[in-house]
Design a binder for this molecule. Structure first.
Ligand SMILES: Nc1ncnc2c1ncn2[C@@H]1O[C@H](COP(=O)(O)OP(=O)(O)OP(=O)(O)O)[C@@H](O)[C@H]1O
Ligand SMILES: [Mg+2]
Length: 399
């Protein structure tokens, strides 16, 4: 276990008391679909308007959702399908849906099997042709008088394995039917644009598919997202704004909400392990260090003595905060330099060291204007607890 924060004495004085951060940790699990997906309202609106003719019983629809990791494709689609199903209850135009994860069901047969078992759990797992299975699905839909939305999540995996034909069949499911009622719509989800990987026939039917792009989340959006999940999962006031900001800043490198929520989850657990009732930036840094760290031991060792001292000054000024100003760090730097028998360099040279560490990815810097018209540079430690880094640097500088 990493020792975290300045608060060890405080921690030992207080008996461990688990359960002071999370009121409902399951709200951070990947299966949980929040009622509201902040910053995905437009994507939901677009899905809803694309599917309006489906809801009205006029036609079926195809859609394709594309975007990089953790941009909310699966969550948005689940929310859409759950809401559509619910809204259609009792209207005589019932909607049902099946979400197939193509990483798990990565052959045509496995996908079809999954669709049939949605209706008939005991459908035998062998010996039926694609055509027979498709007919079977059509019969179930007909019998229940529903419209089925089939979601192929991570569809690129299926397509790479040569399942274009299934996508072709599903996208023109209604064309061979006599009944005028549209019965099946298809949503493909993928991290990459995959239509050009389909064969000619599938591409020609799917070309009309409506693509919805999921952009990477920016830091401000991620802050709202983790903030909204924190409200569901944590006790009121159990995380401070600086911690949310730090999570958002870290995760914004990838624009990935999953990573952000994972950081919140881990940071919360670390805070609870320490018997604390608040998630501090130090917990976030420790959570990040547990997942992936760019500040490796070897990277620190490569720094020369002056740069190590600057980095140590940053750690000492940082304590439990999320950010420190360069002004604070420079004052600490002078003290630390003296402590290790080095001459403190002048301001311009100090500033170059800071830039250097920032270019290296060891620290983050952010410039903001202040009301008096001046500019302040804030330094953050992206992924390692200040205390852990401080201990490492002190050992290295002494040795
Ligand atoms: N706007 C949002 N508000 C709240 N939670 C969100 C939002 N977007 C994503 N999430 C959460 O982030 C996690 C990742 O989202 P999701 O699984 O939808 O990503 P994805 O785009 O499908 O990623 P992948 O391509 O890796 O499958 C989920 O736990 C989801 O609930
Ligand atoms: Mg997904």
């Amino acid at each position: 276990m990493l020792g975290i924060g300045e608060g060890e004495e405080r921690v030992s004085a207080r008996p461990p008391h688990p359960g002071r951060v999370f009121k409902d940790q399951s709200k951070l699990s990947f299966d949980y679909v929040p009622d509201r997906l902040v910053h995905r309202e437009q994507h939901l609106d677009r899905l809803n308007s694309l599917f309006r003719p489906v809801f009205e019983g006029q036609m079926s629809q195809t859609a394709m959702l594309v975007g990089s990791v953790g941009t909310g494709k699966t969550a948005t689609t689940k929310r859409f399908c759950i809401d559509a199903k619910k809204a259609s209850e009792g209207t005589g135009k019932a909607i049902d849906f099946v979400l197939v994860n193509c990483r798990q069901k990565n052959s045509e047969n496995a996908v079809l099997q999954r669709l049939i078992t949605h209706f008939d759990e005991h459908y035998p797992d062998r010996g039926f042709s694609t055509a027979e299975m498709l007919r079977s699905i059509a019969k179930h839909i007909e019998k229940r008088k529903i419209h089925l939305i089939v979601v192929l999540d991570e569809a690129d995996i299926l397509i790479k394995r040569g399942a274009s034909d299934l996508i072709y069949q599903l996208s023109r499911f209604d064309e061979e039917k006599i009944s005028p009622r549209p019965s099946l719509s298809l949503i493909l989800i993928s991290q990459k644009y995959v239509l050009d990987m389909l064969d000619q026939a599938a591409m020609s039917t799917f070309r009309r598919a409506n693509a919805i792009k999921f952009e990477r989340y920016g830091a401000a959006e991620l802050k709202d997202i983790v903030g909204s999940r924190a409200e569901l999962a944590l006790f009121p006031g159990a995380i401070e704004d600086g911690s949310l900001q730090l999570i958002a800043d870290i995760a914004s490198e990838f624009g990935d909400a999953r990573f952000a929520i994972e950081l919140l989850d881990r940071a919360g657990m670390l805070a609870e392990e320490e018997g604390m009732d608040k998630v501090l930036p130090e917990h976030v840094r420790a959570a990040k260090a547990l997942t992936y760290s760019v500040v490796t031991e070897s990277k620190i060792e490569e720094l020369d003595r002056q740069r190590k001292i600057v980095l140590l000054a940053i750690c000492r000024s940082m304590k439990e905060q999320a950010f420190v100003t360069t002004g604070d760090v420079e004052r600490t730097y002078k003290v630390v330099a003296e402590e290790y028998g080095e001459k403190a360099r002048a301001h311009t040279q100090f500033w170059e060291y800071v830039q250097d560490l920032s270019n290296n990815g060891m620290i983050g810097t952010k410039v903001t204007g202040d009301p008096s018209g001046g500019r302040t540079t804030y330094i953050s430690l992206p992924d390692i607890p200040a205390k852990v880094l401080r201990d490492k640097l002190e050992t290295m500088l002494k040795g």
